[in-house]
Design a protein around this ligand. Structure first.
Ligand code: ZN
Length: 144
């Protein structure tokens, strides 16, 4: 997909996990290599948050990702490395990312991959809306 995304296109800010072992650190380039192996145009996520909390960039946000089937042309995606347990540092970086995106994409809703009804996936294995609530981050479109 080569569609160009603008902030007005973005309806969803989607949180994922890499579903890799919690004790294994992966980098954005590891995921890039894996997704190239799927025959994709490289990494499907826009951002990756490593176990250390380090933020790494994936696709530029004007380039539609490959992370949420059927909604790639209206979303951006961030991937937390791990599966079940995430580090405090990762959650801190996620908070900063979502606050930044919240400003840039005011009409978007924040959700987890599993919140899309078509999928059986449990990704990212925590309730994103509840977590946002606990951080005081509004999950729904901002009122302007
Ligand atoms: Zn996912």
């Amino acid at each position: 997909m080569s569609q160009i995304l603008t902030p007005e296109d973005i309806n969803y800010l989607v949180v994922h996990c890499s579903a890799s072992e919690d004790n294994v650190d992966m980098t954005s380039s590891d995921i890039h290599e894996m997704h190239l192996g799927f025959g994709w145009h490289g990494i499907g996520y826009h951002r990756v948050i490593r176990r250390s909390g380090q933020l790494e960039m994936g696709r530029p946000e004007y380039w539609a990702g490959a992370h949420v089937f059927g909604f790639n042309d209206q979303s951006v995606g961030v991937c937390m490395i791990g599966c079940h347990e995430f580090t405090d540092e990762q959650f801190n970086t996620l908070e900063a990312t979502l606050r930044e995106w919240r400003e840039r994409y005011p009409k978007a809703t924040i959700c987890g991959h599993c919140d899309f009804s078509y999928t059986e996936k449990t990704c990212p294995n925590f309730n994103v809306a509840d977590w946002c609530l606990s951080k005081g981050i509004s999950v729904g479109p901002l009122q302007t």
